[in-house]
Design a protein around this ligand. Structure first.
Ligand code: AMP
Length: 213
């Protein structure tokens, strides 16, 4: 699942995995968890994530292949990975070594002003990670998670100056990735500026519902 920060990758991935049984691997979530738990990986990644910069490729491929090792033979939906051409090539190699491949790539496209509005208003639950938006998807009680009562917070990298840095980095890397996957004939670009349901339906349609192949 590719797309700019705020394109709705995490939200759509959650729904698609629920419908298909794919395993959702969000590299952003894995890094945030590692940072919260102050693991060696978390300590390595912390500064990059805070500044909205990319964590080094070799760290990222290690993190993702660990997920493959944990569930051999499973179908994975990778959300937020790969983000560079080097990562895409390392992923191709890692999958080939396991007799597998990238079968579909969904590129979620959303105009820049919508991305900035979505990211700036995004709030997450500290306890369960559920995602809200101050105006688009407000919680029933301001600042409190509907699902678990946890406290909602703004990701430090969702503050305005970091948002612009993240969008710039995305735009710089995206063209190479698009060319890579277009060359493999697996790229599906879709408009994700409307609703979560609409985006999920488009992805499920392109997956043929089973999630296989
Ligand atoms: P996300 O939740 O996908 O927006 O990711 C949050 C942050 O985690 C990014 O701004 C990067 O600092 C880091 N990150 C997540 N995925 C990757 C990746 N594939 N390569 C490098 N850094 C990543």
């Amino acid at each position: 699942m590719m797309g700019a920060p705020g394109a709705g990758k995490g939200t759509a991935a959650e729904g698609v995995c629920k419908a298909t049984g794919c395993r959702h691997v969000s590299t952003g979530d894995l890094l945030r968890q590692a940072i919260k738990l102050d693991t060696p990986l978390g300590r390595k990644a912390d500064g990059y994530v805070r500044r909205g910069e990319l964590v080094p490729d070799e760290v990222m491929i290690g993190l993702v292949t660990e997920q493959f090792e944990a569930a051999p033979g499973a179908l994975f939906l990778l959300d937020g990975f790969p983000r560079t051409l080097v990562q895409a090539k390392l992923l191709d190699e890692a999958l080939k070594a396991r007799g597998s491949r990238v079968s579909r790539v969904f590129l979620l496209e959303t105009p820049r002003d919508v991305l900035v509005q979505r990211l700036g208003g995004r709030r997450l639950c500290r306890k369960c990670g559920a995602s809200y938006h101050v105006t688009n998807i407000p919680p029933r009680r301001p600042g409190i998670c509907d699902k678990c009562g946890g406290e909602l917070y703004q990701r430090p990298d969702d503050e305005e100056k970091t948002i612009l840095n993240r969008l710039e980095i995305f735009e710089r890397q995206n063209a190479d990735l698009v060319a890579h996957y277009r060359g493999q004939g697996v790229l599906h670009a879709l408009d994700s500026s409307t609703s979560r349901e609409d985006t999920e339906a488009k992805i499920l349609g392109a997956m043929g519902r089973t999630g296989a192949g």
